[in-house]
Ligand binder design. Structure first.
Ligand SMILES: Nc1nc2c(ncn2[C@@H]2O[C@H](COP(=O)(O)OP(=O)(O)OP(=O)(O)O)[C@@H](O)[C@H]2O)c(=O)[nH]1
Ligand SMILES: [Mg+2]
Length: 249
């Protein structure tokens, strides 16, 4: 379910981001750490527990909980938000889910994790049928760093990160086996690429196999005007999206 016509008209009027940057209202808050749309997909791939995760599983229960579910302590500080339309809930994967994810991000000869290509326009994006997820957020919020961390079990995959905002200039496509593609996006806001709207907004609106958009927010500064524009756009394009609050280490 995607893209009401209103979105097209907004694009014609100069693009969602460009237009909204000028006079924007604060619209949306966050009452939990994640917004998770109702359905969570499960995979059927057989998995094994990596050595690192097996070591974590051997820790005493309290230590294990602190390591694996660091948000549990934080949950007490969160104001409950009961608005059903927001689908707010703390994301707490089971140990089995984590083991499965660990396995999914471990590259093998038969399960290749690799950089595919980069594109500055949707029409240059690889023509793929498998599901895709993308990462958006303000420049320098840590999109590329998060993807790099997810690929830590596939160290041969090069994901470029930088201290300088505006580093990622293109949409970078990474294949995770035959399962899905991850797309690292240029950031919005400070030092965003000039063609950001034509590139990213068009991708978000029209990419048919885009199944989930992860919108990264820096918890140290909270939701900024540009984040609100992005949130509003995800809502308007009816994108299934998840807001991720990044906590500084
Ligand atoms: N303090 C802290 N810094 C981090 C963390 N993760 C990444 N960084 C740093 O934050 C910066 C983020 O860089 P990127 O990951 O390239 O940011 P980006 O969102 O991809 O930026 P653009 O490509 O410019 O849109 C880098 O300097 C990282 O070293 C973290 O968890 N804590
Ligand atoms: Mg980047």
């Amino acid at each position: 379910m995607r893209s009401p016509d209103r979105g097209v008209r907004r694009l014609a009027a100069g693009g969602y981001w460009r237009r909204k940057m000028v006079g924007l209202r604060f619209r949306c808050g966050i009452g939990g750490l994640f917004k998770v749309p109702a359905t969570q997909q499960r995979r059927s791939r057989a998995y094994s527990v990596s050595q690192d995760f097996a070591e974590v599983l051997r820790k005493p229960k309290r230590q294990l909980t602190k390591l694996v579910f660091p948000l549990q302590e934080l949950e007490r500080q969160l104001a409950p938000d009961t608005r059903p339309s927001l689908h707010l809930k703390l994301f707490e994967p089971s140990l089995e889910d984590i083991a499965r994810a660990d396995d999914l991000f471990t590259a093998t000869d038969r399960h290749r994790i690799e950089y595919l290509s980069s594109a500055v326009r949707l029409e240059h994006a690889p023509d793929l049928l498998r599901p895709e997820v993308c990462f958006i957020g303000r420049s320098n919020v840590g999109k590329s760093s998060l993807i790099k961390a997810l690929f830590s079990l596939a160290p041969e995959v090069e994901v470029r990160v930088s201290k300088t905002p505006g580093h990622t200039k293109k949409m970078n496509f990474f294949k995770v086996g035959k399962y899905f593609t991850m797309v690292d996006m240029p950031g919005y806001g400070y030092r965003a690429p000039e063609d950001f709207v034509d590139m990213v907004e068009t991708y978000l609106k029209e990419r048919r196999n885009l199944m989930r958009t992860f919108l990264l927010v820096d918890s140290a500064v909270g939701i900024q005007k540009t984040d609100n524009i992005a949130i509003e756009m995800c809502e308007e394009f009816a994108l299934p999206y998840v807001e991720l609050l990044l906590c500084p280490w």
